[in-house]
Design a protein around this ligand. Structure first.
Ligand code: SF4
Ligand code: SF4
Length: 77
């Protein structure tokens, strides 16, 4: 029997319809202590570049348009 460990979704998801990175916003990238968020230079939207997260939440609380959602794993709540 195998035990699945692969995440089906990155813990941090950016709603691209709300993200205003194309207007110069980089707040979530700047506040992340792990530097795991980045701006996609083609789409001009923020995204989770590295699938690692401390669930510290400033990216979600500081985003001016509420575009960031951090999914905290059940066991950490
Ligand atoms: S803080 Fe919000 S609006 Fe700004 S780049 Fe990040 S996701 Fe986009
Ligand atoms: S919750 Fe913290 S570690 Fe995770 S992406 Fe946001 S700022 Fe970075």
């Amino acid at each position: 029997m195998s035990i699945a460990t692969t995440l089906t979704q990155a813990p941090v998801v950016v709603d691209e319809s709300k993200c205003i990175a194309e207007k110069g916003c980089t707040v979530c990238v700047d506040v992340c202590p792990l530097d795991v968020l980045a701006i996609d230079m083609v789409k001009k939207k923020a995204f989770m570049k590295y699938d690692e997260c401390w669930y510290c939440l400033p990216c979600e609380t500081d985003c001016p348009t509420d575009a960031v959602t951090v999914s905290i794993p059940y066991l950490l709540r």
